[in-house]
Design a protein around this ligand. Sequence first.
Ligand SMILES: [Zn+2]
Length: 198
Amino acid sequence: MILLPFDCINIIFNFLPWSSRTKMVSRELLYTGLRPQRRLRRWKSLMRIYSYMRVFGTGFSNRTWSGFCQQLEIRRRKRNRHGRLSWRAAARHHMSTSCKACGKRHCALVYDRIPLCVWCRHNRRLKYAYMIRVCDARAMGVPRHILRRIPYHASMGCRLRFWHHVLQATQLYRRNVLESAQCVDIGTSTESMPRWPH
Ligand SMILES: [Zn+2]
């Protein structure tokens, strides 16, 4: 198979919408891109390499679990489910207890499974980490019945919900209302109430 250099692929990506960019990333392309050994500094890059190592293996990512732990400044191995000490278990423990967005250690678990720190929860620039309070959502015009359908995380006397969940639910509600209105106009259906997924 003939592969284009990674730089050329990046230039081509710049002219494409995001959905097409992700479709074009194949296993071979990732393998070529991950070949050079680089020092990873940003949390985003560490998260990406960690997911590649979990999905494709260490050989494919051209890294070892002990080397990865060194970058994360992990000094001791952890016991895996078979009771053996391993660097992989140590890396897994570190990644599952650090903030998903910034890498800060020892932060609260949102919905009992997603570690997110207070700063990331209130950072509007983080699309999938930003959480909104009930009063803010109400001020933005989100109906109360939509908020009731979304699970919340209680923190410092506030009920926080992920902004992208609120946005998704609002869009779904609007689409359902519009669809129902059209059905009523045409007279093909007697259903007038919006449908919610259960
Ligand atoms: Zn954070």
